[in-house]
Design a protein around this ligand. Structure first.
Ligand code: MF3
Ligand code: CO
Ligand code: CO
Length: 280
C-alpha cells in the first residue's frame, strides 16, 4: 500500500452479496417500475397539488402493477414515498400542504417487485424556480453521474464518494454526510454503505472503502446543499432539513456492478431523468 502512488486501499468485504444474471433481470424489472412511477408523477407536480396526492398516486401505481411501496410502514414510516421540498434534505413525509410556485422537490420511490427492490429519486420543479435552484439541481444530477462513472470492478466505494465530493466542492456546494447509499436486492438497506463524500481530505485514500466486484448491487443517492452540509431531524423523527435552511437536492439511481462498469437499473424509460421535464 503506497501513500503517494495510485495503489488502492480498500477492504474486500465477503459479506457484500454478489448477484447473478437472474437477480440482475429481477432488478431491471423493479428498477424500471420505480422509474416509471417517477415518470407517472411528472404531470402532477404543479402549484396547488399536495404531496399527499402524489403519495396516493404512487401507492395506486404500485397496486396497479402488483408491486409494494417499500417505505410504507418501514420502521414506522407512514407513507409510500418521500417528498422533500426546498430545504428538506430527505425523508420528507407527504402531507396536505399544497406545492407552491418556485418550490423544488425530491420524490423518492422504492418499489418491491416480486421481492426485489427498485429505489430511485429525482428532483422536480414547481412552476418557475430560481436560477440558483436550477443550478443546484444540475450540480446534484452531475454529482450522481460522476459517482456512477466511478463504479467499476477493482475500484472502491471510496472512489464514488471522492468523485462526488470533489465535483460538488468545485461547484461551491456541500455534500450531506448523515445519509448514504446502500446495498439492496431482496433487502431494502443492505451492505455496503455508499458514502457520498471522501473519507478524509489528505488525498491518500481515494480508494478507501469496500473493493467493488461484478454482481454487487447498490444505490448512489447524493444529497447536495447550496449552503453548509449540516442537517437536523424534525420532531416527526423523519424529516431531515438543512440547519441553515438553504436549499438541498438529491437524485438516486440503483446500479449493478458489471465486468466493465455498471448497469443503471432505474433510468427513466421516457428519458426524464432530470428537469426540465416536458410539459405534458
Ligand atoms: N428510499 C429511501 C432510500 O433511498 C429510503 C426511504 S426509507 C423511509 O433509501 F422509511 F424513509 F421511507
Ligand atoms: Co436508497
Ligand atoms: Co430512495
Amino acid at each position: 500500500m503506497s501513500k503517494t502512488g495510485t495503489a488502492r486501499t480498500g477492504t474486500v468485504d465477503a459479506a457484500v452479496r454478489l448477484y447473478g444474471s437472474d437477480a440482475f433481470a429481477n432488478m431491471r424489472r423493479a428498477g424500471r417500475l420505480a422509474a416509471e412511477a417517477l415518470d407517472m408523477l411528472v404531470p402532477y407536480v404543479r402549484p396547488g397539488v399536495s404531496t399527499e396526492k402524489l403519495d396516493k398516486l404512487a401507492y395506486q401505481f404500485a397496486m396497479d402493477h402488483k408491486a409494494y411501496p417499500a417505505p410504507l410502514y418501514y420502521r414506522g414510516y407512514p407513507k409510500s414515498i418521500c417528498t422533500s421540498i426546498n430545504h428538506v434534505v430527505c425523508h420528507g413525509i407527504p402531507n396536505s400542504k399544497p406545492l407552491r410556485d418556485g418550490d423544488i422537490l425530491n420524490i423518492d420511490v422504492t418499489l418491491i417487485v416480486d421481492g426485489w427492490h427498485g429505489d430511485t429519486s429525482r428532483m422536480y420543479t414547481v412552476g418557475a424556480v430560481r436560477r440558483k435552484a436550477e443550478r443546484l439541481i444540475d450540480v446534484t444530477y452531475e454529482a450522481l453521474l460522476r459517482g456512477i462513472a466511478a463504479v467499476k470492478p477493482g475500484g472502491t466505494t471510496g472512489d464514488i464518494g471522492t468523485a462526488i465530493e470533489t465535483y460538488a466542492r468545485g461547484e461551491r456546494c456541500s455534500v450531506v454526510e448523515d445519509f448514504c447509499g446502500h446495498g439492496l436486492g431482496q433487502v431494502f438497506h443492505d451492505r455496503p454503505n455508499i458514502l457520498h463524500y471522501r473519507i478524509n481530505t489528505a488525498g491518500e485514500d481515494a480508494g478507501a472503502g469496500v473493493v467493488l466486484a461484478p454482481g454487487m448491487i447498490f444505490t448512489i443517492e447524493p444529497m447536495i446543499n447550496l449552503g453548509k452540509a449540516f442537517v437536523k431531524i424534525l420532531p416527526d423523527g423523519w424529516t431531515a432539513v438543512t440547519r441553515d435552511r438553504e436549499l438541498s437536492a438529491q437524485f438516486e439511481h440503483t446500479v449493478g456492478v458489471t465486468r466493465d462498469g455498471c448497469e443503471i437499473f432505474t433510468h427513466s424509460p421516457k428519458g426524464w431523468n432530470k428537469p426540465p421535464y416536458p410539459v405534458v
